[in-house]
Ligand binder design. Sequence first.
Ligand SMILES: O=C(O)C(=O)C[C@H](O)[C@@H](O)CO
Length: 272
Amino acid sequence: MPVRVGDTFRDALAAVDRPLAGMWVCSGSPLVAEICAGSGLDWLLIDAEHSPNGLESILAQLQAVKGYPVQVMVRPPVNDTVLIKQYLDLGVQNLLIPMVNSAAEAEAAVAAVRYPPHGVRGVGSALARASRWNRIPDYLARASETISLTVQIETEAAAAAVEEILAVDGVDAIFLGPSDLAASMGLLGQQEHPQVRAAVEHCLAAAQVAGKPAGVNAFNEATARAYMEARASFVLVGADVAMLARGSEQLAATFVPEHEETPDGGGPRASY
Ligand SMILES: O=C(O)C(=O)C[C@H](O)[C@@H](O)CO
């Protein structure tokens, strides 16, 4: 069963004893986000790091998916205190912070999601959707209960520091990014390389020892299942834009006689 709406991603992970399967929403379209929200997948990741999303389009997508039985996480483009404040005030409850390479960077992300004295989040609840404009009783005191924080491990440096990052209080989970991890290892585009897989599995094992959930990106079904067997608690198994790209190419291949498999003359496309 898909997880219930209303809880944080942290609560959903604790409530379900199987890996959560999710997909990227990168189109920037509320309509597409709503279609994906009703798919039966457990969770969506709305991306603003590599996708055309700003505050307004993220807000529209949050509104479009509200009411569907799906967890929604959002990835800002950078680990930035001001941007994180804006995302939280929009009503983003589950954050994925990219490129967290050290315990100090993880601590900065934790501080950004907490009000003083535990952090540095600016106070704007009267103006913010997060508190439903102060219609949520005790929002300021209870905000932390409504927010989950996942940090992304996607460089060799981060993988080397994974135990310290996992030990940071307030980091609820880690998420492995094989694309950037491969790049940082000198293996650009080789997410399936044995060294990359081994680094991912090392981090999954570290998370298990730390007692915190770990997730990973894997569009290849066999890889996704292997990571699930290696105790990944949440996996992103596809993306709206990739599905549309490959699906429309398939239509062209089926119905357009002169269709070329690689119109740009390049080699086979990377799957993710
Ligand atoms: O490094 C990674 O892997 C990610 O962070 C995911 C990427 O943003 C992208 O390659 C998704 O396919």
